[in-house]
Write a protein that binds this ligand. Structure first.
Ligand code: IP8
Length: 256
């Protein structure tokens, strides 16, 4: 089984509040269906989650009661994106069900822990892909918090032991600097804990869940003996399909 994260930057337009990129999501789901590989998908929140979550500091937990309607709205919007994604998957011929992380997991001071995995496990056993995502989750210590799609990837890798893990983003891979602002930035085809130390730690200020470095650290935690963890650009048509077919593509691979 292959575990795939479709980043919020590929399935939404991050410059517009709650704008689903229907065409791109459709194409990526078609590529996944065409590969014929058994897959589980996690997705990010993009402009359905980060804008309001940042405005009301939902990631910092419950500090004042003004955050409560905002936390409810962010959760609602993340679920709305979840439904758009599962409809796109179903239309591509992949039976899928959106599973809000809060229905199976709870947080303990920012750490996500399993609560009741029965629903998620029985969906998968039945051949329905459980699709989970970055969302607001209740926290036993902080009231609530944000779980990112990357954290859900770690949890899902733990549960399903995939042979391969793929992060689909809007960049070709990891660079020596931010390629969007620095023309000298070079693509790093492979990295490990040592090489990551030399990489620029610039993070995306619009995200409440950390930038590229946080993602790379999550990738390193997920990769295992015999398990690749790859970052690939989903904005380039056909690249995800080629990767799923085992072809050589432009990407960055995390190594233990
Ligand atoms: O887009 C963030 O998940 P991510 C979740 O995977 C929310 O970082 C609701 C902001």
């Amino acid at each position: 089984m292959i575990l795939i994260k479709l980043g919020g930057s590929v399935i939404t337009d991050k410059s517009q509040f709650k704008k689903f990129d229907n065409e791109r999501a459709k194409r990526l789901c078609r590529e996944i269906a065409e590969s014929g590989k058994p897959v589980i998908i996690v997705h990010g929140a993009g402009s359905f989650g980060h804008v309001l979550a940042k405005k009301y500091s939902i990631q910092n937990g419950l500090v004042n009661r003004d955050q409560i309607p905002a936390a409810a709205q962010v959760h609602h919007d993340a679920m709305e994106l979840g439904l758009l994604m599962t409809q796109t998957l179903i239309n591509s011929g992949i039976p899928a069900a959106s599973v809000a992380p809060g229905s199976c997991f709870v947080m303990e001071d920012g750490r996500i822990v399993p609560d009741n995995l029965e629903a998620i496990k029985s969906l998968y056993d039945m051949g329905i892909m459980p699709v989970t995502f970055g969302d607001v989750v209740m926290d036993r210590v902080n009231g609530f918090g944000i779980v990112s799609g990357d954290q859900m990837m770690e949890i899902m890798a733990d549960i399903y032991k995939p042979e391969r893990v793929i992060f689909v983003s809007d960049i070709d891979g990891l660079y020596t600097a931010n390629p969007k602002t620095n023309p000298d930035a070079e693509l790093i085809p492979e990295f490990d804990t040592e090489t990551l130390k030399d990489v620029s730690s610039e993070s995306n200020v619009d995200d409440v869940t950390g930038g590229v470095r946080g993602k790379m650290e999550a990738m390193l935690r997920i990769c295992d003996e015999g398990r690749d963890c790859v970052l690939v650009n989903g904005t380039v048509p056909g690249r995800l399909l080629s990767l799923l077919r085992g072809e050589d593509v432009v990407c960055t691979v995390a190594r233990m």
